[in-house]
Design a protein around this ligand. Sequence first.
Ligand code: 6PG
Length: 233
Amino acid sequence: MAVTLSVHDDPAGACAALLLEATADGGNVVLTGGSTPKPAYQEFVRRVDADGLDVAGTTVWFTDERAVPPEDERSNYGLIKETVIDPLGSGRAPQVRRIKGELGPVAAADDYESQLRQAGPPEFDLMLIGMGPDGHICSMFPDQDSLSERERLVVGVEQSGLDPLVPRITLTLPAIALARHVVFLITGAGKAAMVLTAFGPDARPNPHVPATEVPPVAANVTVLLDPASASEL
Ligand code: 6PG
């Protein structure tokens, strides 16, 4: 486990650069939802276009999903469709393996577990993760049972800890352990206190702060921050 904290004026650009590297030769990447990664996905597509790159051989997986249909505005798949798939267009976009939120948390988790197992499960070249102000990652919220899962790669979560308050489907720590490189993208002063708790000098694995459970299972962790989110470090 190596954790690198990296502060950027343009963390979305730094994130897009890592995504470009990870997708250069196909492979498997895991993308996340929430509001923070949108500019990174947009910058990724801009650079794929500008440099005429071919990312169609890449497979995109998801860290988590809200138990809603894909066309719902809260869907994480919807974010990737809007920012990556539609702008690149069919034939140029990566293959997308979405979590079927419309099945509900239990059936959707079973379906995604099967998709992943049938695919290997793959070793992920890069897994992008966000962090909530409560320290949650993927859809594993503080002190929830999902954090003690040691067998399954995906579980259903009946109770979300934060908005949107819909059931969720989330990758687990054993799935995170399949990633060669875990990249956190965290921005904004509102997360500065949690960045200190989760990644500061006194950080220790603690299910009350889900992000602290990643370094012990991940081979290589990079935390991309902007100056505001790094301000308490
Ligand atoms: C989700 C996420 C979640 C997200 C964090 C940060 O579906 O909500 O995958 O884990 O990354 O909540 O979200 P923001 O980027 O919106 O702060």
